[in-house]
Structure formats: structure tokens, C-alpha cells
Design a protein around this ligand. Structure first.
Ligand code: GLA
Length: 400
């Protein structure tokens, strides 16, 4: 077995924690002993852009995490440091606005201000973050920072909160404070999913199920295309608007629906003349993607990896053709993977427009897969791939 195929956790080594605590004390001075909290990243299995359309999602945590060392202060100072980015941000509770210069710190700040909005009294705080969730790899390092922050605040304040409340505070931090109009997928799955489980979420009924699961001889392999995600914010906003426009047009045409996810697959033909072709494509993606999630929910519990791989492939096609959240490099990478032995199926991870693909692969084959696609991809795109095999990860909590 190679090191990459071992099932050992990829969590940050606990020996690293004293270094985080020392760093916090060195930077922000004497005070109470910091405590450490963690949150995993997430990977979406199916349900691309369905969350803000009140649709269905299948996702899990990953065995990579963000750790935060934190302590409360007696003044109103908010001090943050990222060991990965070597960036320090000093601000205060009196500066209640995002600041582009604050970079990563806008996420914990957003959570703090949303907690204040929810009526929770918070004093100043010192926080040092460290993580091994690759940035920009669609494993949601930002939602993991938010989840680690809320765990830390609630732990330090000794205050209980339901998973739903936590997820919504983090989601509001991202939407209202950071300004990314995302759905609930990232925050909900990180806060609610557990190790050896896959989460099924119905964003309309707000009902979820944890499906017990183990990978056995398979992995999810996340492959970073090396294409930055500069387009994500603007394209994502555009898709949210297009879905809203399609919804309004259908309502106007007499369809008494509460969201696009209320459209049934057999209605697609009938609604086509009511929509501009582009909007129809967006709707077709959402409707068929919901159908794929419902099918995947069944095959996951039966561990039918072949069928899951096929659903991944259909999802990719729909994303690329109808939702248009792929890009030329992702299409090249997808085609290379489709021809590699050991790959059961591949789809776009997270938002798309660059970033990563995620494949279901045989554990024993992943090195050959890497060797097979790396070079031709580099020749065609002049970009280098990064590979991250992932398993499910532990839910957020304190590191004791
Ligand atoms: C991003 C957003 C999620 C979801 C996905 C696409 O990750 O944060 O809310 O919309 O894109 O499924």
C-alpha cells in the first residue's frame, strides 16, 4: 500500500497544536489559555447548484480540516492570524463591515457579527487558524473556517446551539457579510455530516438524513485543474439571477410552483415554450440534477459505486451543457479521466468555472490515473494538476 492509499486520517497532527497556542500568545499577549476547535471541509457528491433552488443534495465531510486556537478577551479587540497565509488582522467589534484587506478574516468576522445580530453577546477574541484544506480546491475551506469559528465561540461562551442555527448563522455570514449569494450546502454539510456518513439534504423541506457509508476499495479523488476561480463570484450571481428569472417566468405562465425544484422531469417538455432557451437549459439542469440526487441516495446506501459513477457522468454532462459552469480546462480534464482505467465517473466539485473535478476511483488505481492524465493535461493546457484523495471526516468540535 502506498501512503496515499492508507485510510489513516489526514487531520492536522495534534503535535502542531502547542505551536498554534504559542503563536497566539506571542502575537496577542498574555491572557487565558487558548482552547482549540476544528471543522472539516466538505465535498459535494451530487446536487450541483440545486441548494439555492430548494433542491436535493448529497454531500459529505472530508478528512481535511481547519483548526483554530481561540480565547476571549476582556476588551473589544478582534485579532486573527492565519498560519497558512501568514496574515494578521487586528480589528474591533466596533468595525462592523467586511474589508477586502482583511482577506480570510472576513469569514470569522462575519460569523461574529451574525452571532451579535442573533442577540448573542460576544466580547473581543484572539484566534489563530491553521488548516490543510487546500484553498480554491472546492472543498470549502471558507465554510470550514466559519464552522470552526462558531464552534470556538460557542465553546468559549459555554452556550448550546442547534446544528440548524449554527448552519444558518454561518450561511448568513457568507451571504450577508462576505457577500457571496451561496446556498446552504457548504455550511449545512460541514456542521451536520459525520465520519462514515453521506448527507442527503432536501433544501425545500429542510429535512436531512445521514446515510452510513464506507468507501471500501474506492475513494473520491478531488483533482484541482489549476484554473483559478476568479469567475466564480460573478458567474454564480448570474446563475442565481437566471434561476430567479426562470422561476418568475413560469409563475407568470401559471405554474403555481414554490421553486424550480417543484418542476417534475415529465413537465420539461411542456414548460419549454414558456422559457427563453438559455433559461430552459438552466431549469433542465436543476430538474434532472434533483432526479440524479434522488437516484444516488439509493445507490449510496447499496454501495453501488458503478451506478454512482454513471450518475456523476450524467451530472457532468448536464453541468457542462445546460448549466455551463464548466470551462475548457475542466472539459479537457474530464475527457482524460473518462478514458482512464479505474475511474468510475467524474463531475464538477462545488461551484465550477475552474477549481476541481471529483471522481470516484479505485484506490489501487489512483497513482496510475494520476500518471495517465498529468502529462497530457499539462501539454494541452500548460497547467499542473493537484490530486487530493478524500475520505469522510469528523464533524466539528473541540480538540481536547
Ligand atoms: C458553492 C456554493 C454552494 C453550492 C455550490 C454548487 O459551493 O457555496 O452553496 O451552490 O457552489 O452546488
Amino acid at each position: 500500500m502506498t501512503t496515499q492509499t492508507k485510510t489513516a486520517s489526514r487531520n492536522i497532527k495534534r503535535e502542531f497544536i502547542p505551536r498554534m497556542i504559542k503563536e497566539l500568545q506571542k502575537r496577542f499577549g498574555p491572557g487565558a489559555k487558548p482552547r482549540c476547535f476544528r471543522a472539516p471541509g466538505r465535498v459535494d457528491w451530487l446536487g450541483s447548484h440545486t441548494d439555492y433552488n430548494q433542491g436535493l443534495i448529497l454531500a459529505s465531510t472530508v478528512d481535511r480540516e481547519i483548526v483554530v486556537a481561540a480565547r476571549l478577551r476582556s476588551d473589544r479587540a478582534l485579532n486573527f492570524y492565519s498560519l497558512n497565509l501568514e496574515q494578521e488582522v487586528r480589528t474591533s467589534l466596533d468595525k462592523n463591515a467586511p474589508d477586502p484587506a482583511h482577506g480570510f478574516a472576513n469569514y470569522p468576522k462575519g460569523v461574529i457579527f451574525e452571532m451579535l445580530q442573533a442577540g448573542i453577546q460576544i466580547p473581543g477574541i484572539d484566534m489563530v487558524f491553521y488548516g490543510n484544506i487546500p484553498i480554491g480546491a472546492n472543498l470549502s475551506s471558507s465554510a470550514a473556517i466559519e464552522a470552526a469559528t462558531i464552534e470556538a465561540l460557542l465553546g468559549l461562551l459555554d452556550r448550546p446551539m442547534t446544528h440548524w442555527e449554527k448552519a444558518f448563522i454561518c450561511w448568513r455570514a457568507e451571504n450577508r457579510f462576505v457577500g457571496m449569494p451561496c446556498g446552504i450546502l457548504d455550511q449545512f454539510s460541514i456542521i451536520n455530516c459525520q465520519k462514515n456518513c453521506v448527507l442527503f439534504l432536501d433544501c425545500d423541506r429542510l429535512a436531512s438524513e445521514l446515510i452510513p457509508f464506507s468507501f471500501d476499495q474506492y475513494y473520491l479523488l478531488v483533482i484541482d485543474s489549476g484554473v483559478g476561480r476568479q469567475l466564480v463570484k460573478s458567474e454564480y450571481k448570474k446563475r442565481v439571477q437566471e434561476c430567479r428569472a426562470a422561476f418568475n417566468a413560469l409563475r407568470k405562465a401559471g405554474y403555481n410552483i414554490s421553486s424550480l425544484s417543484a418542476i417534475q422531469p415529465h413537465q420539461l417538455k411542456e414548460i419549454e415554450p414558456e422559457l427563453e432557451p438559455l433559461l430552459f437549459k438552466r431549469v433542465r439542469h436543476i430538474v434532472t440534477e434533483n432526479q440524479r440526487v434522488a437516484a444516488a441516495r439509493k445507490v449510496v446506501s447499496r454501495k453501488n459505486f458503478e451506478k454512482l459513477g454513471k450518475l456523476f457522468e450524467q451530472g457532468y454532462l448536464s453541468s457542462s451543457r445546460d448549466y455551463e459552469n464548466s470551462c475548457p480546462e475542466l472539459d479537457i480534464l474530464h475527457d482524460l479521466l473518462a478514458n482512464a482505467p479505474g475511474v468510475l465517473g467524474t463531475r464538477i466539485a462545488g461551484a465550477g468555472w475552474g477549481g476541481c473535478l471529483v471522481s470516484i476511483v479505485k484506490k489501487t488505481d489512483w497513482r496510475q490515473i494520476q500518471a495517465r492524465v498529468k502529462k497530457p493535461y499539462a501539454q494541452k493546457t500548460q497547467r499542473e494538476l493537484r490530486f487530493f484523495p478524500v475520505q469522510t471526516g469528523q464533524e466539528p468540535g473541540e480538540i481536547l
